[in-house]
Design a protein around this ligand. Structure first.
Ligand SMILES: Cc1cc2nc3c(=O)[nH]c(=O)nc-3n(C[C@H](O)[C@H](O)[C@H](O)COP(=O)(O)OP(=O)(O)OC[C@H]3O[C@@H](n4cnc5c(N)ncnc54)[C@H](O)[C@@H]3O)c2cc1C
Ligand code: FES
Length: 279
């Protein structure tokens, strides 16, 4: 079976794949279950992305939101924001699209083993993190505590309600959610995601933190983590930049010489500081 990855000679050739299932998660986000042709496998790491193409509409980088432990199909969660993603939202089970990848570095899971894992997900940031969350759940004995913090603007924007219900039921997962603006039915926490950090009791030296969310969130999450005395070396962030090729050739995604499509999108926080990336 052929692995569909960056080692392949034809990095620019999308592999025509089939949509098996489409699920509406919110007014603007849909989840797609996708099957590659029988002769190919994705073989991805949590945190990596694929380039998705629709003939005549272009191509876009989208994070893989399913865990490599849950193959042979894979999942993408897509927010409707423009030309390609609008068209993707019109597609149905049985339709085809092009896939290149997986690209990017993904999370360095070996460094997470034997540690407490703290996830901080803002908005659609839960999509890329879900791949890693599901991976750590499927390999539960390799990790100590699993703590998931999730914040959205309002209850209507909450992604993956089925998975969230399962996480809440499990005694070996600590799940906390907050919304900025509640509706009449909301009975949970209200406030930005950083309000969930101070009450946590953490073994800071042995806690690895993965943060994915909108750019504005990073600065405040880092400040809160520093308030808890989490060492910088224990923090990983996934950064999003405008991308074209996805394979380190066009330079569109550069941050001070680092190509996010190759060195990232997951960065160790000390490396972000080295790149003088404004967080
Ligand atoms: C590594 C990576 C992973 C991503 N993962 C996901 C994911 O899992 N789900 C998802 O829905 N989206 C994800 N995105 C964002 C997604 O790639 C863009 O929304 C998409 O390219 C928009 O394409 P379009 O043709 O629909 O929109 P366009 O018509 O090209 O643009 C629509 C609007 O979105 C803006 N835009 C486009 N791309 C970006 C970007 N990268 N950053 C900020 N603004 C942008 C444009 O400036 C424009 O205002 C990811 C991006 C990167 C770089
Ligand atoms: S997207 Fe082309 S170099 Fe990164």
């Amino acid at each position: 079976m052929e692995t569909l990855n960056v080692e392949k000679k034809n990095l620019y050739n999308p592999v025509i794949s089939e949509i098996l299932k489409v699920e509406s998660l919110t007014a603007t986000e849909k989840r797609f279950e996708i099957a590659l042709p029988k002769s190919a496998m994705l073989n991805h790491k949590p945190g990596q992305f694929v380039e998705v193409s629709i003939f005549g509409f272009g191509e876009a980088p989208i994070s893989i939101c399913s865990s490599p432990t849950r193959t042979p199909t894979f999942e993408l969660t897509v927010r409707k924001t423009g030309r390609l993603t609008d068209k993707m939202h019109e597609l149905k089970a049985g339709n085809a699209l092009g896939i290149r990848g997986p690209f990017g570095n993904g999370f360095d899971i070996e460094k997470f083993k034997g540690k407490d894992i703290l996830y901080v997900a803002g908005g659609i940031g839960l999509a890329p993190l879900k791949s890693l969350i599901d991976y750590t759940i499927d390999k539960r004995n390799d990790f100590k505590r699993i703590i998931i913090l999730y914040g959205t603007k309002n209850p209507a924007e909450i992604l993956f309600p089925k998975e969230i219900e399962e996480w809440k039921k499990r005694s070996d997962i600590e799940f906390y959610i907050t919304v900025d603006r509640p509706d009449d039915k909301w009975k949970g926490n209200v406030g930005v995601i950083t309000t969930l950090i101070p009450p946590l009791e953490l073994d800071v030296e042995n806690t690895i933190v993965s943060v994915v969310g909108p750019p504005i969130m990073y600065k405040f999450v880092i400040m809160s983590l520093k308030g808890k005395r989490i060492p910088d070396e224990n923090i990983y962030l996934s950064l999003e930049r405008r991308m074209k090729c996805g394979v380190g050739k066009c330079g569109h995604c550069q941050i001070n010489g680092s190509y996010v499509c190759q060195e990232g999108p997951v960065y160790h926080y000390p490396r972000c500081k080295e790149l003088e990336e404004a967080i």
